[in-house]
Unconditional design. Structure first.
Length: 493
């Protein structure tokens, strides 16, 4: 059999170019529809203040795959054919920006600006299809939601695809509201295709978008449908090219991952807190009564994205940003009825607490992590650790090729085999990466571990290098159902 030559970089990115041209043509055709009311400006100023002033951006580090995107920007890495770890469209975007810009901090500026565009688009769509009050509430939720705030300062492909989806939904709202159907269809199709080209999970929003069209039935489909159909084709081709690089991570464990992650709601924080549920339920109910054609498609995103994302063994908060469209509808319901508005406090207080936690954990230093550990715990050196099976992902403790990671705990049988290796003892060395919020998203894995197993702090570990500190956690029995709230062994300073 003749070997198949690998695709060239341009062959995996090409669908993004016609999608971009479509989106630009559609945006130009809808330029008279653009505009912000005064409350949108207030929300955007608040969002910018939270992202640029409250978040300690000086601590930001380009970490994990984000560092590889930075290297593309700096020209230290060549553009490749890409895949689900380094998306072709993201590679070309950052490599192109690196030609005209020289400081990688511009990537953070770009992400922050994208998040503001996404908020403005979401508010604009809600205002057109519902009203100014619900639009304000939806905008405030996205402006203050910790998950959205964090990813707004990351160059990883999270906030840009979300913003493209928000722009696509705005274009649909403009179309439904009676604006020019041709440009609206082109912008929606182009934006949705680009969203999928930069993160394939963007396709999970497509059923909701189609349901909105089916319920509202905007006139002149012969004028807007071609743009949407072409966008759908380009998005499908972009997805196929991204996935052609090889099997997606976790593809061999979809069923097991689903049942493991199904009951984990901690990644919805702070909306996993029971105190928020009455407000979300009441708001959603009001939305379903007042604007069912808008509410049904977007509210379905909340369970739909969770169920789909749960099939991924590295499921985390970054996969849930698009449920913000549904959460915004629920928040909008509270603003639609005067008697329900006070319930918004049940959302606001946990959100403020979550932002406070984000500020403390945002790329927290090893010194801050060490200061937060319980001083009453005994201290031991790495060399004095007992002969337990050890879960650790720090090369300063164990060479990378000898490490056992969080993933070795996902399968209960594998965890028990490790425990047997350690004469019945299985420890996890909880480190700064488990504690802090970073684009590497190790904390999401730590949360899953604490939900899947009974854990108990044992001792603070010092060394082997100066400045290193960790917390040994005894891994106990596996929980029957990971439905309890995530517990952290560290109280942030």
């Amino acid at each position: 059999m003749t070997p198949v030559a690998p695709l060239e970089p341009w062959q995996t990115v090409w669908p993004a170019l016609p999608a971009l041209l479509m989106a630009l043509w559609g945006a130009w055709g809808l330029r008279r529809e653009l505009g912000l009311d005064r409350w949108s400006v207030v929300v955007l100023v608040l969002a910018l203040a939270v992202r640029a002033l409250w978040v300690p951006l000086h601590r930001h580090e380009f970490d994990g795959h984000e560092a590889e995107y930075r290297d593309l920007f700096l020209g230290a890495r060549a553009v490749g054919r890409g895949g689900t770890l380094l998306y072709p469209a993201m590679q070309w975007l950052y490599a192109g920006l690196g030609i005209v810009l020289d400081d990688p901090r511009w990537l953070i500026v770009l992400s922050t600006a994208c998040s503001l565009v996404g908020i403005a688009a979401g508010m604009g769509a809600t205002r057109r299809l519902w009203g100014p009050g619900p639009a304000l509430a939806a905008g405030l939720l996205m402006a203050l939601w910790g998950d959205a705030v964090f990813w707004s300062s990351s160059a990883y492909n999270v906030i840009l695809p979300h913003t493209l989806l928000a722009v696509g939904l705005w274009a649909l709202a403009v179309l439904i509201d009676g604006a020019r159907p041709g440009p609206a269809g082109a912008l929606a199709g182009g934006a949705f295709a680009l969203a999928v080209a930069t993160r394939v999970e963007g396709a999970l929003v497509a059923p909701s978008a189609l349901l909105m069209l089916a319920l509202y039935r905007p006139p002149a489909p012969g004028r807007w449908a071609p743009g949407l159909v072409l966008g759908g084709v380009l998005g499908a081709v972009a997805m196929a090219l991204v996935l052609s690089a090889g099997e997606a991570p976790g593809a061999d464990a979809r069923a097991a991952s689903f049942w493991m992650n199904l009951g984990i709601f901690a990644y919805f924080a702070p909306f996993d807190a029971p105190i928020t549920w009455p407000a979300l339920i009441v708001g959603a109910a009001i939305a379903l009564v007042e604007r069912p054609k808008l509410a049904v498609p977007l509210l379905l995103l909340i369970p739909g994205i969770h169920l789909a994302s749960a099939t991924f063994d590295d499921y985390g908060a970054r996969h849930l940003l698009n449920v913000g469209f549904g959460l915004g509808v629920a928040a909008g319901g509270l603003a639609a009825r005067r008697w329900a508005a006070p319930l918004a406090l049940l959302l606001l207080v946990p959100m403020m607490q979550d932002l406070s936690d984000l500020r403390r954990r945002y790329y927290a230093s090893e010194e801050a992590f060490a200061a937060a550990l319980d001083p009453a715990l005994p201290k031991i050196y790495v060399n004095d650790l007992p002969a337990c099976a050890l879960i650790v992902e720090d090369f300063r403790v164990v060479p990378e090729d000898e490490q056992r990671s969080h993933f070795n705990l996902l399968d209960a049988a594998e965890a028990e085999a490790l425990r047997a290796e350690g004469d019945g003892c299985l420890w996890w060395l909880y480190g700064v990466q488990d504690h802090r919020l970073s684009s590497r998203a190790v904390r999401d894995r730590a949360i899953r571990t604490m939900l899947l197993y009974e854990t108990k702090p044992v001792a603070v570990v010092i060394g082997p290098e100066r400045g290193y500190v960790g917390l040994t956690m005894e891994i106990g029995k596996r929980r029957a159902l990971p439905l309890v709230p995530a517990w952290s062994p560290v109280e942030s300073p």
